[in-house]
Design a protein around this ligand. Structure first.
Ligand code: COA
Length: 162
């Protein structure tokens, strides 16, 4: 596995990027909290298990060797369409509060982009809450451009009888 050296005086000084594994669930859940999504290890473990059976999803973690502490993660997936060529979408990205501004977000996005290219995608997209001004600046630094504004709708569905 390749080791990436992050900027001088950075703590930690090196990271590795790998696919998430079930043992990562608790730490992924903790960092999801920093993203604003309250969840738990069991939910994350179940989702990772589901994704493991579907090549159209990837969850990558940035870990610090040798302890393998997870300090950032990204989830991306392909979005096939019937009316146009499909694309990949980044569903979530978070860097531990104590490790921001050291290039980890950029590194994980590069890996997500490489993964998307490997899945045959010529475009990668993401949606970001209008309140996340700082993240928007980050994405623009990485070459992303805003192309539309949407409203999000949802509906809770009743449980289906067995
Ligand atoms: C947004 C986030 C993922 C960025 O990760 P990061 O590791 O801190 O960013 P990087 O260090 O890789 O920064 C890459 C570039 O973006 C710039 N950047 C990062 N955060 C920025 C900010 N808040 N404002 C302006 N530029 C920013 C950096 O200066 C850097 O530019 P450079 O290479 O020219 O120096 C991280 O701050 C985070 O996890 N935020 C909370 C969760 C979140 O908002 N996730 C996105 C949800 S849509």
């Amino acid at each position: 596995m390749k080791t990436y050296i992050i900027p001088a005086n950075a703590v930690p000084p090196a990271v590795q990027i790998r696919n998430a594994a079930p043992r990562d669930a608790a730490r992924i859940a903790t960092l999801a909290g920093q993203l604003g999504y309250s969840t738990d290890a069991s939910t994350v473990a179940n989702q990772l298990q589901t994704f493991a059976e579907h090549a159209d999803h990837v969850v990558l973690v940035a870990v610090t060797p040798p302890e393998e502490r997870i300090i950032a993660w990204v989830h991306a997936a392909t979005c096939p369409l019937v009316h146009a060529a499909g694309f990949a979408e980044v569903h979530a990205l978070v860097v531990d509060e104590s490790c921001r501004g050291r290039g980890l977000g950029r590194l994980l996005m590069q890996h997500a982009e490489n993964w998307a290219q490997g899945r045959g995608c010529s475009m990668i997209r993401l949606r970001s809450n209008v309140l996340r001004d700082r993240a928007h600046e980050f994405y623009e630094k990485l070459g992303y451009t805003q192309f539309k504004t949407q409203k999000a709708f949802r509906k809770t569905l009743p449980e289906r009888p067995e």
